[in-house]
Design a binder for this molecule. Structure first.
Ligand SMILES: Cc1cc2nc3c(=O)[nH]c(=O)nc-3n(C[C@H](O)[C@H](O)[C@H](O)COP(=O)(O)OP(=O)(O)OC[C@H]3O[C@@H](n4cnc5c(N)ncnc54)[C@H](O)[C@@H]3O)c2cc1C
Length: 435
């Protein structure tokens, strides 16, 4: 790893090789984040006791208040770049806490062990999920290269026009595109204000993925995992603040084809996107060789994918929320609008931003549609998770906030300790004087 300074270090336990102070600092933050996420109801985070307060603050401000060491700050900054593709200054504390909560904790997002986000790899690649689903449907059901440009709702149904001019009609529509992409579609009537606000205020992150293939997994011979996290290290370009990378994994395939997968996230991804391809490539390879040795330069193939330049994504891996917009989050993402239902990973309450989240949101939207078309086919349990469920959008939180009383207890205890020390000191001084 390369966090806290530009020095590269390796370690063999699951405790990162940060200084003891940085480790304590980081652990303290983990406890704090765990406490915070338990205060947030993921179904509508803004209605939680601290919703408005945490929505008004960026993660950068929060982290600078909470953390003292550069090692701990670098760790959180790198996690944010790898997991969300953004800088800490781009997202609100409430959004970050909600995202962490949907995954069951920060550890689940950043680790590659059992029950965490990076637990599985799909033999043959994740695209097979879409390909196999498409193959199971009649051919005309899946239309590729048909971007939707207009959606019109009428009394008798929904009419969808594509850029080619084809028109499709249906009873109910599930819109499963990233929230930022809603802006490319013209709606008649226009969408409710909460969805429109989110469309404006939920941009996609920036994450570029690079796969470098090798004749053999040479790093394994040297006893290295091939996995590292970095603050980027020093930059080789005057136009980029730091080196390009944030996280790297061993991506050797199930059949043994040796490969490394490397990610550029947040500001470095944006800055390096604007460099010449060959300059970006040599900066990436230099960084790989700094960590894995000079053999990293002898690659077979180098491939990169930047979703920031894809017209129907405009970024990746997920759309995130800056300060002041979480009030529109739950309704904007999930509340149906007449015959339109909204799905997509961003709208999930479990594993938001991941494939599992996309599936959860799809099931929820399907149950909403089914409830409207065949109400008797939806169980009470299935209905509960939809926008038509009784507690889907929580009433405003009326519980008293705990922070003031906690501060009072802390101050009282602190003063008590100080007074006790002063009294003991005085007693000691007078007994010494008597002697
Ligand atoms: C580099 C990277 C690594 C990732 N790693 C993982 C991982 O390890 N595990 C994991 O679970 N998830 C991972 N993800 C996230 C995962 O890919 C997403 O969470 C998931 O694809 C979201 O699914 P979705 O159906 O909500 O949206 P998407 O997969 O984004 O699908 C939305 C589709 O809508 C299309 N679209 C947009 N506008 C229109 C329009 N006007 N008309 C028609 N179509 C339109 C888009 O082209 C797109 O195909 C990763 C993402 C990236 C970018």
């Amino acid at each position: 790893m390369q966090l806290g300074s530009d020095k590269i270090s390796s370690y063999s336990s699951d405790i990162p090789s940060l200084s003891p102070l940085a480790l304590i600092d980081l652990q303290k933050l983990m406890f704090k984040l765990e406490w915070m996420r338990k205060q947030v109801d993921i179904r509508d985070p803004y209605q939680s006791p601290y919703g408005a307060e945490w929505d008004s603050m960026t993660m950068d401000t929060f982290i600078n208040k909470q953390l003292w060491t550069k090692g701990a700050k670098d760790s959180i900054e790198s996690a944010c770049r790898c997991v969300l593709g953004v800088e800490l200054s781009q997202i609100s504390v409430l959004y970050f806490i909600s995202y962490v909560s949907a995954a069951g904790g920060l550890k689940n997002l950043v680790e590659a062990t059992e029950y965490t986000a990076q637990e599985y790899k799909i033999v043959g690649g994740a695209q097979q999920i879409s390909q196999k689903l498409a193959a199971s449907l009649p051919p005309s059901c899946v239309q590729l290269q048909q971007p939707v440009s207009k959606i019109r709702q009428q009394e008798n149904g929904v009419f969808v026009t594509t850029e080619k001019g084809d028109v499709y009609s249906c009873d109910r529509l599930v819109l499963a595109i990233p929230p930022n992409m809603t802006k490319r579609i013209q709606f008649d009537p226009i969408l409710p204000f909460s969805r429109r606000e989110l469309t404006k205020r939920m941009p996609a992150g920036d994450l570029t993925k690079i796969i470098v293939t090798y004749r053999e997994a040479f790093w394994r011979k040297a006893g290295l995992s091939g996995e590292f996290v970095t603050n980027g290290g020093p930059s080789v370009s005057t136009e980029c603040d730091r080196g390009p990378l944030c996280i790297v994994y061993d991506a050797t395939s199930a059949r043994g084809n040796a490969a490394i997968v490397a990610f550029l996230g947040g500001a470095p991804a944006i800055q390096w996107r604007n460099q010449k391809e060959e300059d970006r490539r040599s900066a990436v390879l230099k960084s790989l060789s700094d960590f894995l040795g000079p053999e990293a330069l002898n690659y077979l193939d180098y491939a990169e994918k930047d979703w920031g330049v894809e017209p129907y994504n405009e970024g990746s891996p997920v759309c995130t929320v800056g300060p002041g917009a979480m009030a529109y989050f739950s309704k904007g993402l999930r509340l149906p609008f007449n015959r339109i239902h909204f799905a997509g990973s961003e709208s999930a309450t479990a594993w938001c931003g991941y494939m599992s989240g996309a599936v959860q949101s799809g099931l929820r939207a399907a149950n909403e549609v089914l409830f409207r078309l065949r109400p008797q086919a939806v169980s009470a349990q299935e209905l509960a998770s939809t926008a038509y469920g009784p507690s889907s959008f929580l009433p405003p939180q009326t519980k008293p906030r705990r922070s003031k009383s906690r501060t009072f207890v802390k101050v009282t205890l602190g003063l008590g300790v100080v007074v006790a020390i002063v009294i003991m000191g005085k007693k000691l001084a007078s007994s010494l004087n008597e002697k």
